[in-house]
Design a protein. Structure first.
Length: 555
């Protein structure tokens, strides 16, 4: 005898208007169900499309239940919640009035037949199902199963008597695609104006949800250029053992940044924090299969603008930077106190010049724990080609985006025990020396034969620990090059290789540099029209520094 598990029914609901329900009872068949099931040579039953159903809403068959968008029909096994008998097989036909809609079937309580590697007797089958599974038994009933056609036959076959409790389910007409129109809205869609939020919780929250409490929410941005951001302040869903083991919360159209976390599927106590979608709408789905039930969650969906759209129409949460402008930012309380468990936050930095990018660097960093990968809290940077997720004590250093803007997010799952960070965002030119008529603020442009002197901090006195710096030199004539020479040079120590401080020159032939000790650059000519000269300084011993010149040469 198989153990029976009973779940409590909680129908899916949204914060918008209550959907209508139909009251007509489904036809009860005394004969065998209309054959849409076939048996393979191995005895396995499969369900095929039923082309003879749901042909015309104005001339419907007697056993067809037609549903308008958003409306639903509840159907139960005979005698539910008492046990059904061997002659209680039944068939229902559900049809969407709108030919582009689909039918979604969910069972909140399900106990049908036995299972031993496969269904052994009684079953419930759904035709035109879009999942790989269309036959259900034991306590694993259908959860948010959507059809591929406007109609479906749900067939209950019963050969046992007074053993199993049966089921209670709903069929709902839903749109095949979400968030099609803010004017012609589905009743279950929640549409949000820019900057507005909607709170949603798991069934019964803060009490535990149960098996059969699967539910979905649809959130849509009224502005087609906006997107949805999901964050959860409380989250306990399912178990985890290298991956989610049973119940999950999933977010459709999640940004690819989620690949650095765990895709768009969440479980255990690591719920979504500041998860952005790539589209104006998203479907958030709670899938429940565990017999135990968990506390669940409370979350918010917010409609936000796509970052850095227009410097002349700036969002209130965007920081726009002119070329070479620097904006400091830090975690809550830094450096006097550690950040807390509720201190998840997002910063958005945008370059005013469309040819600029954003460079992020951190001078102090301690976010979450790390052991081969991040253990809890993370620091992420969007729109970068290199590593975008940071944790532990290794923060970003001169990480440059591939777009004019970026979203920097601190996601906190633990907090309280980590110091936090101090970082800067800077607008930098994507490439040096791109245009002499629109130079970056840190670029020095030189006509052929002209020179520019540059020195280390405090020269001829010793430079300090904060003396790291860079210079960019560009030849006005795009066929000219830059020559670097130093008349006085004492940077760091050297013993075969550089021991601490050093100077580098970009766009030179291989084998040239770095320069340190008294080994100075002497008429080092670049291979391109521009170069970046960078002084890297350690915090320990300090040296006299250098006096150098950059000259545009015709070579």
């Amino acid at each position: 005898m198989f153990a029976c598990i009973v779940s409590v029914l909680v129908l899916a609901a949204t914060t918008v208007a209550q959907v209508t329900t139909t009251t007509a009872q489904p036809a009860h068949t005394t004969a065998a169900p209309v054959a849409t099931a076939t048996t393979t040579t191995t005895g396995q039953q499969t369900t095929t499309s039923a082309p003879d159903i749901c042909l015309n809403a104005s001339s419907s068959a007697a056993n067809e239940v037609w549903l308008t968008t958003g409306s639903f029909k509840r159907f139960n096994s005979a005698n539910y919640p008492s046990t059904y008998g061997s002659g209680d097989g039944q068939e229902w036909v559900f049809c969407a009035t709108n030919p582009t809609d689909r039918i979604m079937v969910t069972c909140s309580d399900f106990q049908v037949g036995g299972f031993f590697f496969d269904c052994v007797d009684d079953t419930l089958t759904i035709s035109n199902a879009n999942s790989s599974k269309s036959k259900y038994c034991a306590t694993n009933g259908p959860q948010l199963v959507q059809t591929t056609e406007r109609g479906t036959k749900v067939t209950f076959t019963a050969s046992t008597s007074n053993i199993y409790k049966g089921f209670t389910c709903t069929a709902q007409a839903v749109r095949e695609t979400i968030c099609e129109s803010s004017v012609n809205r589905a009743s279950y869609e929640v549409w949000l104006a820019n900057g507005t939020s909607e709170t949603f919780t798991s069934p019964n929250y803060p009490s535990n949800y149960g098996r059969g409490d699967s539910k979905r929410w649809i959130f849509c941005a009224i502005d087609p250029d906006d997107h949805i951001q999901i964050s959860c302040s409380e989250f306990t869903v399912g178990g985890f053992f290298f991956d989610c083991t049973d119940d999950t919360l999933t977010i459709s159209n999640a940004d690819s940044e989620r690949r650095v976390e765990r895709d768009s599927k969440f479980c255990l106590n690591k719920g979504p924090l500041l998860v952005d979608t790539t589209e104006r709408g998203t479907e958030v789905t709670l899938s429940t299969t565990s017999p135990y039930g968990y506390k669940g969650f409370t979350c918010t969906a917010t409609a936000l603008r796509t970052p850095c759209r227009d410097p002349n129409d700036r969002a209130s949460n965007e920081i726009w930077l002119e070329n070479d402008q620097v904006e400091p930012f830090s975690s809550s309380g830094y450096p006097s106190s550690n950040y807390g468990s509720d201190d998840s936050r997002e910063w958005r930095f945008c370059a005013v010049d469309s040819s600029d990018k954003i460079e992020v660097s951190c001078s102090a960093f301690h976010v979450g724990g790390a052991f081969f990968d991040c253990l809890d809290d993370t620091f992420t940077i969007s729109n970068v080609d290199s590593t975008s997720k940071f944790c532990g004590i290794t923060g970003p250093t001169s990480v440059t985006t591939n777009e004019r803007g970026t979203s920097v997010k601190l996601r906190v799952y633990t907090g309280a025990i980590y110091d936090g960070f101090s970082c800067t965002a800077k607008a930098v030119r994507a490439e040096i020396c791109m245009n002499a008529t629109n130079p970056a603020n840190n670029e020095v442009w030189l006509d052929a034969g002209n020179s520019k002197a540059f020195t280390s901090q405090n020269y001829p006195s010793n430079y300090g620990s904060g003396a790291s710096a860079e210079w960019v030199f560009c030849a006005v004539n795009d066929t000219d090059k830059i020559s670097i020479s130093c008349s006085d040079f004492q940077v760091g120590g050297k013993f075969i290789f550089c021991l601490d401080d050093f100077l580098t020159i970009s766009n030179t032939n291989s084998g040239q540099g770095p320069y340190c000790g008294t080994d100075k650059p002497d008429s080092v000519v670049t291979s391109q029209r521009g170069t970046t000269v960078k002084l890297s300084v350690s915090p320990s011993i300090h040296y006299k520094g250098f006096n150098c010149t950059a000259t545009a040469v015709n070579q």
